[in-house]
Ligand binder design. Structure first.
Ligand SMILES: Nc1ncnc2c1ncn2[C@@H]1O[C@H](COP(=O)(O)OP(=O)(O)OP(=O)(O)O)[C@@H](O)[C@H]1O
Ligand SMILES: [Mg+2]
Length: 490
């Protein structure tokens, strides 16, 4: 039986449609936009300009060098037919019209318990010479956004091992704090102390844009073999290109997120947030973004909250990321735009003062200028009363310090100030803490209680500042669970 020409045509059409469908599927599986190789046109500073190249922003390219090798670069912007790239490594050996080959890949992050004990660079490659990473899993650099309504609240205090912070500036699990100070006032040392003393399942440390020497110091001395067992260090020191420094900050945050998503309690420490902002400024300015606030382009102030918001508590069933970011306050100017922006987006700040450090008191925490915004929700009224009283005495003395030190203040003229003066040596003693001394949360509170419950010698009677904090009214829920004994009072 012969088929009619119509039926044959129909069969052909069906076969053709079937083949076309298969081709479409294959096309869909690959990049919808084919990647096209381009050539190098211009290199100014650290910015590489290529033409004829088709690669999306955030993807990676390889640029051929004069000796036939390649350098890795990431697409950071474009204008007309040109794309702008920035190197993630050393920028040397480039020649005009060199090949620029898109790899089609974006940054991936190796994650897993195999990271514990390791030191990585900003791209996630090991720096410690301890062989390849045994992680197995890779995730994208851009984490999952948490619905703000689903985030667990900060409702549990965290013992950070520092007397002043535990008692006067209590930090909650999942809180994001800033450590603000000028250079050389003790940010890194305090961060190191908290690294060793804080209770956490995993510690992720991002050393961003600081001295290369400090990386080894941090790994060997601050963390040591014991601390490294539960830590991951991401190091992108000052000599790394700006893109690498930025990646270091994102990478450490992404690793912390991974452990949090597994339900662990993570401590994320970043030294420093200012260097992250400066790296973003370098990248943004070099691709033509105009400077806005004191030389910083607007994207810096958009990236800071993006980075910081990724820390904090997870949603139900997840763990937490408690984060500490150091912020360099240049020229001790607390109104520096980066410091200002960081102060606004973080959940509290510990300010270190040069004047206090110069007097030899470490950690040089300026209690007056520091605040923990989650404190009222995680402490009971008894502690809040003690803190209020401590702050009153502290401020009163500090406001009159100049008068007192030149001998212009005479005892008896203000009973409240007399009391502050009498308490001052013990206040200083309370604030002082050696680098290797750990003070537990309960210990910190009972020392604070002991300090304020004991009358200071030399105080006149009618001082007006209550000596004994009122007995704690019945605290509710969470807060009532924590009881502590005072050296002097109960
Ligand atoms: N708790 C402490 N006890 C004794 N000395 C301290 C303490 N904290 C800091 N110091 C002293 O202060 C110096 C500077 O501290 P650190 O390196 O932490 O400052 P920094 O603020 O990180 O400086 P930079 O901004 O330059 O990185 C230390 O070398 C040390 O001598
Ligand atoms: Mg430092």
């Amino acid at each position: 039986m012969s088929l009619s020409p119509e039926t044959i045509k129909q069969h052909r059409r069906e076969r053709l449609q079937e083949r076309l469908g298969r081709y479409r599927q294959r096309l869909d599986r690959h990049e919808s936009q084919p990647l096209v190789e381009g050539v190098l046109r211009r290199v100014v500073g650290l910015t590489i300009e290529a033409v004829g190249c088709r690669a999306p922003v955030g993807s990676h390219c390889r640029v051929e060098t004069a000796d036939g090798g390649f350098i890795d670069a990431e697409v950071v912007g474009f204008s007309g037919d040109s794309i702008y790239l920035m190197p993630t490594g050393e920028l040397a050996g480039l020649v005009p019209n060199a090949r620029v080959i898109p790899t089609g890949k974006t940054s991936r992050v190796p994650v897993g318990d195999g990271l514990l004990g390791r030191v990585l660079d900003g791209t996630g490659r090991p720096l410690d010479g301890a062989g390849p990473l045994q992680t197995g899993e890779e995730v994208s650099m851009t984490g999952r956004l948490i619905n703000p309504l689903a985030r667990q609240p900060i409702d549990e205090p965290l013992d950070v091992g520092i007397r002043t912070i535990n008692s006067l500036l209590t930090v909650g699990r999942g809180q994001r704090m800033g450590l603000f100070a000028g250079s050389g006032v003790g940010k890194s040392v305090l961060l190191g102390m908290m690294t060793r003393f804080t209770e956490a399942d995993v510690i992720v440390v991002g050393l961003i844009g600081e001295r290369g020497r400090e990386v080894n110091e941090f790994v060997q001395e601050t963390l040591g073999a014991e601390g490294m067992r539960r830590a991951v260090v991401v190091a992108t020191p000052a000599d790394n290109p700006p893109l690498m420094r930025l990646q270091g900050a994102w990478l450490s945050t992404r690793i912390a997120e991974h452990f949090r998503d597994q339900g662990r309690k993570v401590l994320l420490l970043m030294d420093s947030l200012t260097r992250f902002a400066q790296a973003q400024r370098e990248v943004a300015l070099s691709i033509g973004e105009p400077p806005a606030t004191k030389g910083y382009p607007p994207s810096v102030f958009a990236k800071l909250p993006q980075l910081v918001e990724r820390a904090g508590n997870g949603d139900q069933g997840q763990g937490s990321i408690t984060a500490f970011y150091t912020v360099l306050v240049e020229g001790d100017d607390q109104n520096d735009p980066v410091a200002d922006s960081a102060r606004a987006i973080l959940d509290g700040h510990v300010v270190l003062s040069r004047q206090i450090a110069e007097s030899g008191l470490f950690p040089a925490i300026d209690v007056e200028a520091s605040v923990s915004r989650a404190m009222t929700g995680i402490t009971d009224e008894e502690q809040q009363d003690l803190v209020k009283r401590f702050r009153q005495l502290y401020s009163l003395y500090r406001q009159n310090q100049d008068l007192i030190s030149v001998g212009a203040y005479r005892r008896g003229s203000d009973p409240r100030l007399d009391e502050a003066v009498a308490y001052w040596p013990r206040i200083q003693q309370f604030l002082r803490q050696g680098m290797n001394e750990r003070v537990s949360f309960e210990g910190s509170l009972s020392e604070l209680q002991g300090l304020l419950r004991q009358p200071a010698e030399g105080a006149t009677r009618q001082s007006g500042i209550r000596r004994d904090a009122e007995p704690a009214p019945a605290a509710s829920g969470q807060q009532a669970k924590r009881a502590y004994t005072g050296a002097g009072g109960q």
